[in-house]
Design a protein around this ligand. Structure first.
Ligand code: PHE
Length: 449
């Protein structure tokens, strides 16, 4: 491809974009509720260990592969080796990653659309557009399809503008906004009765859970999803890095920030659940477990906001703005996967590639909305439980076995001339060959049970 490829203009630009991808519904909604139902801080400790022990090395594999190949996931994997069988395997793995990114975005855009609808409801209430508020509150097909359509258009418009003007510029605007809203909400929730009980449930570890293999493995799965691994997102973002950038350090920053966000989101969600309980809202289900998943976000928290009167309307506005922004920056990273393939392999112009990929994904989303019961959770399970870990293993194997040690060293040395004398270099190449694939496979096998 002769056209100049996009590039992040600075380290900060890359970090904001990669953290924008990583921080999403998985952090703000998935992580806190998993922690709450799995021994509080015990889960947190194991999660932190997993993020650095398994997810960080796998992230480094994707970033290094991406910058080495300077190409989309399909092209990158299919031209690592000159041997035909490896080329073919790479092509298949790349196409699989592309398909999984498309499917993840198909359901992610639906959920992001729900968040947008929940954001529009309090906005319409404030403006006294009662009809709009009750429409956006209802779970109709029309509402869900329209909201998903709005998200698709926003995602397409951002991606059409390219790496620097689109991904980087919007992540740079949205991520600081996200932090401000998150911290503001935490401060408010802590002024309410019951918040400290939530903090206790979150931070006092039930150490007896530490040796539970199910906890260890689900923490690993969570870390993996949260860092956007296994679908070529981090690979394509890595391919837009400059040669002078220090990959291990950037990867570590992204991992730290992603886990930091998950931890801080826990400081909001857990106290909010216990504030809701103090207000008499049911927060445990009939089996005594904390209500998690969609019911937490779309029932428990809205019930809490409703009881808070006028303040609740503003809180709800802020909370769903937070959710929408977090999800949008993840959605754009997912759209970049097919767009980069369409631009680099088929020679399409970026705006056309964005419109085409986004359009196809929107059609899949609408089909999922239309057949929600049959399709939604099947697609979620297929992509996040099965495909992501398996592709994660493949990506580690490609970086560890198909690329030679000297090629890895040459690539990493570009931004870090002393890499050879670091602990990272002593451990990582061996690690992604053997340990990481084994650990990920262990999580995969566990998730099948
Ligand atoms: N990391 C995102 C989240 O936590 C989800 C995601 C997965 C984004 C895979 C891109 C690729 O919500």
């Amino acid at each position: 491809m002769t056209t100049a490829r996009g590039q992040f203009s600075s380290k900060t630009g890359f970090i904001l974009a990669a953290v924008g991808s990583a921080v999403g519904l998985g952090n703000i909604w998935g992580f806190p509720t998993q922690a709450a139902s799995n021994g509080g801080a015990a889960f947190l400790l194991v999660y932190l260990a997993m993020a650095f022990v398994v997810a960080y090395p796998a992230l480094m594999a994707e970033l290094t592969l991406g910058r080495y190949a300077r190409a989309n996931v399909v092209t990158a994997l299919s031209r690592l080796s000159a041997q035909a069988p490896l080329k073919r395997t790479g092509l298949v793995a790349g196409v699989a990653a592309l398909g999984v990114a498309v499917l993840i975005l198909s359901f992610y855009a639906i959920v992001t659309g729900w968040m947008l609808a929940e954001f529009i409801t309090p906005a319409a209430q404030l403006l006294q557009f009662e009809a709009l508020a009750s429409w956006s509150r209802g779970q109709s097909f029309g509402r869900n399809a329209l909201m998903c359509g709005v998200i698709s258009v926003l995602t397409i418009l951002i991606i059409a503008r390219g790496v620097e003007q689109g991904i980087e510029a919007w992540s740079t605007r949205l991520m600081p906004t996200l932090i401000v809203i998150l911290l503001g909400l935490i401060v408010y929730v802590f002024t309410q009765d019951g918040a400290l009980d939530g903090l206790r449930a979150y931070l006092v570890p039930d150490l007896s859970r530490l040796s539970d293999p199910a906890l260890i493995l689900s923490a690993m799965g969570q870390a993996f999803f949260s860092l956007s691994l296994g679908v070529g997102v981090m690979l394509i973002y890595g391919s837009y890095l400059r040669d002078t950038d220090n990959l291990p350090r950037l990867g570590a920053a992204v991992t730290l920030l992603d886990t930091g966000f998950a931890f801080i989101a826990g400081l909001l969600i857990l106290p909010a659940i216990y504030v809701a309980q103090a207000q008499g809202i049911e927060v445990f289900n009939s089996e005594g477990a904390l209500i998690a998943g969609p019911d937490l976000i779309f029932q428990v928290l809205p019930a809490l906001f409703e009881r808070m009167g006028q303040a609740g309307i503003w809180l709800s506005l802020a909370f769903f703005a937070l959710m929408s922004i977090a999800a949008l920056t993840s959605a754009i990273s997912l759209l970049e996967v097919p767009v980069s393939v369409a631009v680099e392999r088929w020679g399409l112009r970026r705006p056309a590639a964005a419109a085409l990929s986004g359009g196809v994904i929107f059609v899949i989303s609408v089909s999922i909305i239309a057949q929600f019961e049959q399709l939604f959770s099947a697609v979620v399970t297929l992509t996040t439980v099965y495909a992501q870990p398996l592709l994660g293993v493949l990506l580690c194997l490609f970086a560890g076995w198909v690329l030679h040690r000297h090629q890895l060293l040459k690539e990493l040395r570009k931004g870090h001339p002393e890499i050879e004398s670091t602990l990272f270099w002593r451990i990582w190449p061996f690690y992604i060959r053997y340990i990481c694939p084994t650990l990920i496979m262990a999580a995969f096998v566990q998730s099948l049970r």
